[in-house]
Write a new protein. Structure first.
Length: 246
């Protein structure tokens, strides 16, 4: 089965937050994405709420529960106690843990699974006890996958930012793609499923899907939102689904 598509709504929320107005509606755009065939919605509610606001979370949860019960809600963020409380309150199907500093503009690196084991393992246990699927943001590093699996997580999410940054250098893109593929191979061997996200586009998704045919999910925000300015949200979701192999 091709990778499922989760639409990251942070860029929509950032555009809304430029004005003290209710549009564009984060929930409304999420509705368009799910109606067009997206499999889920992703948000990253940072502490300063510069993108998704905490008040968006119950609305997105209700949207999925009431109108698209087959879809999934994925909440990602640094596992502070405040973040964990948000997760436990709004009950996403998946929690993606990222090692973000609050001041970062966007996620730009994965966990050091050996050094961060003592932090991650009890948090993963807590979340899994609560019934959540847990994914851990990961660099393209096959050597870290055994330690990632030892945390008890269900999945990793491959950080594909470097791959996306080589959009005009096919040789470097191919080299980074193979690093991602080898990391995925090691993750599967460690009993983990594999997601991917960051700077993925209609142009670079097919090669990623071909190299990692068992890829479970891609979470896409910036590139998808940029394309939606040209093709509309429904048309863009269709383009990205086809790029995934649907």
């Amino acid at each position: 089965m091709p990778a499922k598509l989760s639409v990251n709504l942070n860029a929509i929320a950032m555009l809304r937050n430029r004005r003290d107005l209710p549009w564009p509606s984060v929930t409304g755009i999420g509705r368009l994405a799910l109606a067009a065939g997206a499999h889920g919605l992703t948000v990253h509610p940072r502490p300063d709420e510069r993108h998704t606001r905490h008040s968006d979370l119950p609305e997105i949860r209700a949207l999925i529960d009431d109108e698209f019960p087959q879809a999934e809600f994925n909440i990602e963020g640094y596992p502070s106690e405040d973040f964990l409380a948000l997760v436990e309150k709004h009950q996403p199907e998946q929690v993606t843990l990222v090692p973000d500093d609050p001041a970062q503009a966007t996620s730009d690196h994965g966990w050091n699974f050996v050094a961060d084991a003592a932090l991650l393992a009890p948090i993963v246990r807590r979340l899994k006890k609560g019934g959540f699927r847990v994914s851990l943001f990961s660099d393209a590093d096959p050597a870290g996958m055994t330690a990632a699996g030892d945390t008890g997580a269900d999945r990793i999410e491959l950080y594909t930012g470097p791959y996306g940054s080589y959009h005009s250098d096919s040789a470097k893109a191919a080299k980074e793609l193979e690093r991602l593929g080898k990391t995925a191979d090691a993750a599967f061997a460690a009993g983990l499923q594999v997601n991917a996200g960051h700077d993925l586009t209609v142009a670079n998704l097919p090669a990623l899907a071909k190299r990692i045919p068992a890829l479970a999910e891609v979470s896409i925000g910036h590139g998808l939102t940029a394309d939606a300015l040209e093709y509309g949200m429904a048309g863009t979701v269709g383009r990205f689904l086809r790029a995934c192999g649907w």
